[in-house]
Design a protein around this ligand. Structure first.
Ligand code: FUB
Length: 446
C-alpha cells in the first residue's frame, strides 16, 4: 500500500475544472443545440441551455434561460466560460420568457458575432434574432439594441463565404430562409428568400458550411414513422437551390436534433445533443462524434457513441464508463455524492473495460489517479495498454472506501514510461470467489 496515496477531493471543485470530451460533453448543467466553431485553431462550442423550470414558472415547451459557452482545453477537457447572455439581459427581449433557443457565433474581419433568437417585447413574432459583437470568441459581447429588422424565426445559422460575404439562415417549422448580411453583420441587405430544394419534413436547425467549393446545409428532418433525423443538402450557390442527399444521423429516440459540423485539426466532427443524462428530451446534453466524407463529397452516416471525440492527455478526465468495449461489467448512474455522470460497476473476476486513444504524449506522466468506491477489500484493479494482456502500467489494490457509494481518489505510480496514443484496458481481479470488486468513476493521468 506504500505506493498508494489516498486523497479525498472537493468534488464540486474538480467538476468545475474537468468537463470531458466523452459523451455527453457537459454533465454539470443541461446544454443543447451546439454550434461548434474553430477560431484561431481552438475549438469552441456555443450551445443553448435547458433547465428544470423554476417554481411558479410556466414553461410549456423548453425552459431556456440563456447561454453559456465552452472551449476545448488540453486533449479533452471543456472549459465553461460561464454566461454569455442571460435572457433578461437581451436589450429587446421580453422578460422571463425562458425562450433563448439555438444560437450561433461567427468570426468576420477579426470580430466575433453572436446571433441568438429571443421573444421580442410587444411583438407578435414567435422569435426574432439579435446579434452582439466582441473582440474575443469568449466575449464579452456588446448586444445590439434591437433585433434584426425583416428577420422572424428561430435557429440562426451563419455562413461566411470566401468573398467575405456573410449569410444568415433562419426559420423553423417547414420553411428555411436565407439573406445576405451587411458588412457590420447587424442588418440584412436583401429580403430573405425561401431556401429551395429542401425535402418534405424539413424542420429546423439548419447549419451551413462550405467544403470543396460546395455549399452544405445540414438540418433537422422529420420522417412520419421515424421522427427526427439529421439530413443534408448540397448546392453550388450559398443561397441555393439545394439538393437533398440523405441522412447524417438516424433518429436517436424522439426529441430534437439540432447540430453543427466543424473541421478541427483535420477531422470533421458532428456536434448534436441527446438526453441521456436526464432521460427527458427537454433537458438535453451536447455530444460530439467524428464524421467522414466519401470521395464524391457525400457524407457517411454517423453512429452516436459513448466515447465521443478527443484524446484525453495529462490532467484530462478519462471518463472510463464512456467505453469502447466492456466485458463482464456494467455501467450505471454514479452512486453516492459524486456529481452527475456514470460509473463502471458490477465488476467481477475477469471484468475489463477498454477505452481507446489515451494520449500519453511525450511520456511525462508518472502517476494515474482513479476515483473508486468499494464495499469490500479483496482484489485488484490493473491498467494495461494496447491489449487485454498488454504492458501493465498501473495497479491498485482494492480498499474498503466506506461502501459502494463512498468515493475516494487513489494515486498509483506508473510502472513504466509510456509515450504516444494507446488504448487502455482496465481489468478487475478478485482474490477469491465471485464478489463485486469495485466501482470506478474516472481516471486521470498525471
Ligand atoms: O432548443 C430549442 C429548439 O429546439 C431549437 O431552436 C431547435 O433547433 C430545437 O433543437
Amino acid at each position: 500500500m506504500k505506493h498508494l496515496k489516498k486523497t479525498f477531493f472537493a468534488v464540486a471543485m474538480l467538476l468545475s475544472l474537468n468537463l470531458c470530451a466523452q459523451n455527453p460533453l457537459i454533465t454539470h448543467m443541461y446544454t443543447a443545440d451546439p454550434t461548434a466553431r474553430v477560431f484561431n485553431g481552438k475549438l469552441y462550442v456555443y450551445p443553448s441551455s435547458d433547465q428544470i423550470p423554476p417554481e411558479n414558472v410556466n414553461c410549456p415547451d423548453f425552459c431556456m434561460p440563456g447561454y453559456h459557452m465552452f472551449s476545448l482545453e488540453n486533449g479533452s477537457t471543456w472549459k465553461d466560460h460561464g454566461w454569455v447572455l442571460k435572457e433578461n439581459e437581451c436589450p429587446w427581449g421580453e422578460k422571463n420568457t425562458y425562450a433563448m433557443w439555438a444560437p450561433d457565433c461567427i468570426e468576420k474581419d477579426g470580430k466575433y458575432y453572436y446571433f441568438y433568437p429571443a421573444k421580442a417585447k410587444k411583438d407578435q413574432a414567435f422569435r426574432r434574432i439579435g446579434v452582439g459583437v466582441s473582440n474575443s470568441p469568449v466575449g464579452p459581447f456588446k448586444w445590439n439594441k434591437s433585433f434584426i429588422e425583416g428577420v422572424s424565426g428561430i435557429d440562426p445559422g451563419l455562413l461566411l463565404d470566401d468573398d467575405n460575404q456573410a449569410y444568415l439562415f433562419f426559420g423553423g417549422g417547414q420553411e428555411l430562409f436565407v439573406a445576405p448580411l451587411s458588412d457590420d453583420m447587424s442588418k440584412i441587405i436583401k429580403s430573405p428568400i425561401k431556401v429551395e430544394g429542401l425535402p418534405y419534413g424539413y424542420k429546423e436547425g439548419s447549419f451551413p458550411f462550405k467544403k470543396g467549393g460546395k455549399y452544405y446545409l445540414t438540418f433537422a428532418h422529420v420522417f412520419p414513422q421515424e421522427g427526427y433525423t439529421i439530413g443534408y443538402a448540397i448546392s453550388d450557390k450559398p443561397m441555393g437551390p439545394y439538393k437533398y442527399y440523405g441522412k447524417i444521423m438516424d433518429n436517436i429516440e424522439n426529441g430534437t436534433n439540432h447540430h453543427s459540423v466543424v473541421n478541427y485539426n483535420g477531422k470533421w466532427i458532428l456536434f448534436y445533443h441527446n438526453w441521456a443524462l436526464s432521460g427527458f428530451n427537454k433537458l438535453r446534453s451536447i455530444c460530439a462524434d467524428y464524421m467522414t466524407f466519401n470521395s464524391d463529397g457525400t457524407i457517411r452516416k454517423v453512429t452516436p457513441t459513448l466515447r465521443g471525440i478527443g484524446n484525453p492527455t495529462l490532467c484530462d478526465t478519462i471518463q472510463i464508463d464512456r467505453y469502447n468495449e466492456i466485458n463482464r461489467l456494467q455501467t450505471a448512474f454514479v452512486s453516492g455524492d459524486e456529481p452527475d455522470g456514470w460509473m463502471v460497476c458490477e465488476t467481477r473476476n475477469g471484468s475489463y473495460v477498454r477505452f481507446n486513444g489515451v494520449d500519453f504524449s511525450d511520456g511525462k506522466a508518472t502517476k494515474m489517479q482513479a476515483r473508486m468506491a468499494s464495499g469490500q477489500r479483496k482484489g485488484k484493479m490493473q491498467i494495461r495498454i494496447d491489449n487485454q494482456h498488454g504492458k501493465l502500467i498501473a495497479e491498485y489494490p482494492i480498499e474498503y472506501t466506506g461502501g459502494w457509494g463512498k468515493w475516494c481518489t487513489y494515486t498509483a505510480e506508473l510502472k513504466q514510461k509510456v509515450t504516444g496514443l494507446h488504448d487502455i484496458y482496465v481489468s478487475f481481479t478478485a482474490d477469491a470467489g465471485n464478489t463485486k470488486i469495485a466501482n470506478l468513476n474516472w481516471l486521470i493521468l498525471q
